[in-house]
Design a protein around this ligand. Structure first.
Ligand code: ADP
Ligand code: ADP
Length: 205
């Protein structure tokens, strides 16, 4: 099973990805998490990506494609994988077509107004990558013991740029995959559990 989770920043891709990956026994591949770890470790790739990420812009396609090609060679990808936050441009999707066959693309749809409140209240765990929202999680501790933090690019100025980047460069992927007959559309403007149920229903159908 090889799948993609599509949707604007803050749609709930990361939140839903864990459950889907566990259910199908496939690897969860978040290019955002991979980039953040490269930045933390100060690798050459991380140093190149950082300025784009801080500004809310997409990292250049060649950087992302090289990183993903390596990642899907890893042994945990043998049963398949779920991409979260990749591809984000038509160019990335076209290269992906050449290197592997994607079975399903799940588009989580959330209106722009809702994205801002979701992203500005998001808190992340630096240890395990879990994501919370201030409205539903009291305190600053992760269940794994990590101390939650707010991503720099989740501050208001940058969020607007990221949503614009999504509309300019990523949204076109909805048609790209619809034309290939791979697209499943899910209403993301519902509770976490309701979204998870709709995804499971669509994938079972
Ligand atoms: P993405 O990976 O698409 O950027 P996240 O999964 O990190 O999005 O979710 C963004 C924020 O919204 C997080 O704070 C998360 O806890 C919250 N969130 C995710 N799904 C929902 C939902 N269905 N309803 C309300 N809040 C949600
Ligand atoms: P979100 O969960 O809010 O959608 P991500 O964690 O997926 O955000 O991505 C954070 C940042 O990392 C993006 O704003 C972008 O700079 C960079 N990034 C992640 N994935 C990609 C990608 N596939 N192509 C280009 N840039 C990416």
């Amino acid at each position: 099973m090889k799948m993609i989770l599509l949707g604007p920043p803050g749609a709930g891709k990361g939140t839903q990805a864990k459950g889907i990956a566990a259910r199908y026994g496939i690897a969860h591949i978040s290019t955002g998490d991979m980039l953040r770890s490269e930045v933390r470790e100060g690798t050459p790739l991380g140093r190149e990506a950082k300025a784009y990420m801080d500004n809310g812009q997409l990292v250049p396609d060649d950087v992302i494609i090289g990183m993903v090609k390596n990642r899907i060679q890893q042994p945990d990808c043998q049963n398949g994988f779920l991409f979260d936050g990749f591809p984000r441009t038509i160019a990335q999707a076209e290269v992906l077509e050449q290197i592997t066959d994607i079975d399903r693309v799940i588009d989580i749809e959330v209106p722009d107004e809702r994205l801002i409140e979701r992203i500005s209240g998001r808190r992340m765990c630096p240890l395990c990558g879990a994501t919370y929202h201030v409205s539903t999680h009291a305190g600053d501790k992760c269940s794994c013991g990590g101390t939650l933090y707010q991503r720099d690019d989740d501050k208001a100025e940058t969020v607007a740029v990221r949503v614009r980047e999504y509309h300019r460069k990523t949204e076109a992927l909805i048609d790209f995959y619809a034309q290939k007959g791979k697209l499943l559309r899910v209403n993301g403007d519902a509770t976490v559990d309701a979204v998870a149920e709709e995804i499971a229903r669509e994938l079972d159908a």
